[in-house]
Structure formats: structure tokens, C-alpha cells
Design a protein around this ligand. Structure first.
Ligand code: AMP
Ligand code: FES
Ligand code: ZN
Ligand code: ZN
Length: 305
């Protein structure tokens, strides 16, 4: 009787070729090599833009580039399909003046845009408006994140319009949107929730349309995409980041029910709620759209101790 032993080594290979698998996408039951994952990711972004009519031919898109992996994935994927789709892409960064964080992110954004040959528009909050988000938070006695949100929304809208771009693209991913949906649903903020769509249309002549091309892409996919494209990105988080725990809850459900996140996000795309129309005024100090006499940004800017 033969005593020979056979060692069988299983190595997972790509579902589309014979190369080694680098990522397994459970939702799609796909094992992909580096080449086919990049191709899959860019195709998905392209199809999503077409499906939701996010960008028209000939338009100029400004990508809000924070320096994190998600907005980098947004910038790289839009650039890769821009010619085929007939639009052009530039980047926008806000230096918020956050100690130990903003400097690193700004340097990184400048370096990447230089390397890619992408036009970068930059706003240095302290230099242009005389305050940082941390200073304003102390004066207004509001959490830094809430002041930061006001500043970002205001500047992104204003700069996109004044610089003459048609759309502002952010790097929000599927996990961000699910977290947002949980929070808003529980706080009964249904109108806010209904606005969180892949395309937020122009609701007022001074409000620029906003798009979220990575609405159906996960954090894991974004990280894999930028890494496989050969980019490293800063891993440092903003010191003011507050972890709500909802992303972990969604991941636990996903572990028990494969496909939960994708099904949830597709429902969010369809969720509607009557939006209040025509309650936009313009701020009496800066002329930007506002729901009150003085806009939230001007209140932050003019706050006294
Ligand atoms: P966050 O509000 O930090 O979750 O970021 C959401 C998206 O806003 C990012 O994916 C970026 O597209 C954009 N963003 C955040 N911070 C900045 C920044 N400092 N400059 C430009 N865009 C930003
Ligand atoms: Fe806005 Fe952290 S990035 S407070
Ligand atoms: Zn392959
Ligand atoms: Zn104002």
C-alpha cells in the first residue's frame, strides 16, 4: 500500500482571471485580483453616475477633498472615468485650522493634487475669515464638530458656485450614509434624511447641486481601491471625531444578514418625505442662502466671547 501523502494548497483566485484574489466582496460573491477590483470599482461608480444622472456631459465637478481615503477614492475614480463620461474634475480643500490635524491633511492634499496634476482650490479659514473652527466653537459654546459642519457646508456651497463649477462631489460612503440614516431616523429628522440622496438638486439659485458618487461603495472598498491604485493616505483622525457606534451596529447586522447594508442603502435612495419649499432667504450680512435673517456661518464668524 502506498504511503505517499499529498499536500493540497488552496489559493483563492480571482473570479474573472487566474490571478491571486486580493479582495472578497461578499455582497457580490466575487473574489477579485487587483486589476479586476479596480475595474469593478470604477465601473460601479460610472454606472451609479449614469443611473442617478449625477453628472452631465460637459460639466465641471469640484471634489471636496479632505485628504482622507474616501474623498481620495472619489477624486481618483471620477478622474479615471472623466474622459469617457465627458466631464472635468478639480479639487477643493478647506484648512479648518484644527491643531495637530489640519496641517497634515492640507500638505497631503497639496502633494497629491500636484502629483496628479489636478487643479486645487484652497480656503484657509483663519487667513480668509479670521477664525479656526476650534476658536469659534469656544466662542459660540457649541461642539467643534457642529461648528465645523456649518463652516464646511457654507464654504463648499459658496466656493463651488463662485468658482463656476456645476456640481460639488463629496466622498460620503455607504457606511457614513447608514450611520446618518440611523441617527436621523431615531431623532425623527425625516426631512434631513430625505435630502441625503446621491444627488441633492438645486433648491435655490445660490445653492449648488451636491453629489455623492460613492453612496453605494463601502469604507473597505474605498480603502482597497486607493491602496491598489498605489496611494498611501494619512491615517490620523480628526481629534474631535465622535464615534457614535452606529457603524459597528450596522456591521454586526451585516455579519448576521449578508446584503443588509446594500439593501438598506437602496431603500434610503428611495425614501421620500415632503421637503419644505421656498423658505430660503438670503443672509443680511453675507448674501448667502439662509433659513433665518443671519446665516449660521455669519453667527459663528461674528460670535463674541
Ligand atoms: P465628513 O463631514 O468629515 O464626514 O466628510 C464628508 C466629506 O466632506 C468628505 O468625504 C469630503 O468629501 C468632504 N470634506 C470633509 N472635510 C473636508 C475639508 N477639510 N476640505 C474639503 N472637503 C472636506
Ligand atoms: Fe470637523 Fe473634525 S473635521 S471637527
Ligand atoms: Zn482578475
Ligand atoms: Zn451669512
Amino acid at each position: 500500500m502506498s504511503t505517499e501523502t499529498y499536500h493540497v494548497v488552496f489559493q483563492m483566485v480571482c473570479s474573472r482571471c487566474n490571478r491571486k484574489e486580493v479582495i472578497y466582496l461578499r455582497n457580490y460573491r466575487l473574489r477579485l485580483c487587483s486589476f479586476h477590483f479596480i475595474d469593478f470599482f470604477e465601473r460601479k461608480v460610472f454606472d451609479f453616475i449614469r443611473k442617478f444622472k449625477l453628472i452631465k456631459r460637459g460639466e465641471s465637478v469640484l471634489v471636496a477633498f479632505s485628504g482622507g481615503k474616501d474623498s481620495l477614492a472619489c477624486l481618483l475614480s471620477l478622474r479615471s472615468i472623466a474622459d469617457e463620461h465627458g466631464f472635468n474634475v478639480s479639487a477643493y480643500h478647506i484648512d479648518l485650522g484644527i491643531n495637530g490635524y489640519s496641517y497634515t491633511m492640507r500638505k497631503y492634499v497639496e502633494e497629491i493634487c500636484g502629483e496628479l496634476g489636478v487643479t486645487l482650490h484652497l480656503t484657509d479659514l483663519k487667513e480668509k475669515y479670521g477664525f479656526t473652527v476650534e476658536e469659534a466653537s469656544k466662542k459660540r459654546k457649541r461642539p467643534v464638530c457642529s461648528v465645523c459642519g456649518i463652516v464646511k457646508r457654507y464654504l463648499m456651497n459658496r466656493e463651488t458656485r463662485e468658482l463656476g463649477y456645476n456640481k460639488l462631489a463629496t466622498g460620503h460612503n455607504m457606511d457614513d450614509m447608514i450611520e446618518f440614516a440611523f441617527k436621523n431616523w431615531l431623532n425623527q429628522e425625516f426631512e434631513w434624511l430625505a435630502k441625503q440622496k446621491p444627488l441633492l438638486p438645486q433648491l435655490h439659485p445660490k445653492v449648488t447641486p451636491k453629489i455623492k458618487p460613492l453612496f453605494e461603495r463601502t469604507e473597505k472598498e474605498n480603502a482597497a481601491y486607493v491602496t491598489l491604485k498605489g496611494f498611501e493616505y494619512p491615517l490620523n483622525e480628526c481629534p474631535n471625531t465622535y464615534l457614535s457606534g452606529w457603524k459597528e451596529v450596522a456591521s454586526k447586522i451585516e455579519e448576521m444578514k449578508t446584503g443588509f447594508k446594500l439593501m438598506f442603502i437602496k431603500s434610503l435612495e428611495k425614501f421620500s418625505y415632503p421637503l419644505r419649499q421656498g423658505d430660503f432667504k438670503v443672509c443680511s450680512l453675507c448674501g448667502e442662502p439662509s433659513s433665518s435673517e443671519i446665516c449660521a456661518f455669519c453667527k459663528v464668524k461674528t460670535a463674541k466671547i
